[in-house]
Design a binder for this molecule. Structure first.
Ligand code: SF4
Length: 303
């Protein structure tokens, strides 16, 4: 594939960048070869459902029944979304796991809702699509939330529900967060079906770590049973100079993304849903020879 063909094949979404940064080989499978992941993790579906409930809360359902809202959102991602045909890799008893997800969701959402900083925030945009051109290439994706805080500051937030606590030192270099801030300043947002240009330089960007609202079930040093796990905010700021410099960074990333070779990042393999595709790769063989070898192995029942 030529660079131009690769550029025409991939969609420049924030998820494409995310996959590229996680593992270039996974990016090839997902965004160039258009292969689907073999499975979905329950945690990923859980995160999507939590995002959906948070957007509903801020769209008028603030006092809604959290368990019912979460169940509705979870069922959507399990049975109705575009990915519903991709199996979920449940660990054991599905009913018990779903119940555990519901209990966890209610705990997180109740504590989210109990905070004055969330009650008093004015949400300007929630789960809003963006589109922005950077050096001739159009990037798109979804911003989780842009809010006006009670002190008047405008804050852009990306909700995270993975178990691993974000690393505060990595936040200033987070490409996705910078892309969102860039889109608010130089791009367009789809609001009620109309593309608008907010031309907004946000005061801060950051990750809102939802698992910080989980509570300790056992006493640990410095914390009592029932205490929440910590502060959910991991913030940084982006000046106009940072956003301009970001164009150069995007150019570098993009020029690497369209080169037709892809380095496996084996640090991500333990969690990868492309292992089935990846296990058969051989970077040193031309594709036709690799396919021939695969066929021979298949005839010998060795694949
Ligand atoms: S199995 Fe590892 S190297 Fe292969 S695509 Fe997944 S993360 Fe990348």
């Amino acid at each position: 594939m030529t660079k131009q063909e690769i550029l025409e094949t991939i969609e420049l979404r924030q998820s494409t960048l995310k996959t590229w940064l996680s593992c270039p080989l996974m990016y090839k499978f997902r965004h160039i070869d258009k292969l689907e992941p073999a499975f979905r993790y329950p945690g990923t579906v859980h995160g999507s459902a939590l995002h959906l409930v948070l957007s509903w809360l801020h769209e008028g359902l603030w006092n809604g029944d959290l368990r019912s809202l979460y169940t509705k959102a979870l069922n959507y991602y399990l049975y109705e979304s575009e990915e519903e045909h991709i199996p979920v890799r449940w660990g054991g008893d599905v009913e018990k796991e779903i119940e555990a997800l519901k209990v966890n969701a209610v705990e997180i959402l109740e504590n989210y809702r109990s905070k004055e900083y969330n009650q008093n925030a004015i949400v300007l945009f929630s789960e809003v699509q963006f589109s922005v051109k950077i050096l001739g290439n159009r990037f798109s994706g979804t911003i989780d939330q842009v809010r006006k805080n009670p002190d008047g500051t405008i804050e852009l937030l990306d909700f995270k529900s993975s178990k691993m606590r974000p690393n505060q030192y990595a936040i200033p270099n987070d490409i996705q967060l910078t892309l969102y801030a860039y889109a608010c300043k130089f791009g367009e947002l789809l609001v009620d079906g109309i593309w608008v240009k907010p031309n907004m330089l946000v005061d801060s960007v950051g990750i809102y770590f939802l698992r910080a609202h989980e509570v300790y079930k056992r006493k640990v040093p410095g914390k009592e049973v029932g205490d929440e796990k910590g502060d959910p905010f991991f913030r940084t700021s982006k000046t106009i100079h940072d956003l301009r410099a970001f164009r150069t960074e995007i150019r570098h990333q993009l020029s690497a993304m369209v080169k037709p070779w892809y380095y496996p990042n084996t640090a991500s393999c333990a969690f990868c849903s492309y292992t089935a595709h990846c296990i058969g790769r051989n970077d040193k063989l031309p594709t036709d020879q690799a396919e021939e070898a695969q066929e021979l192995l298949a005839q010998l029942n060795m694949t």
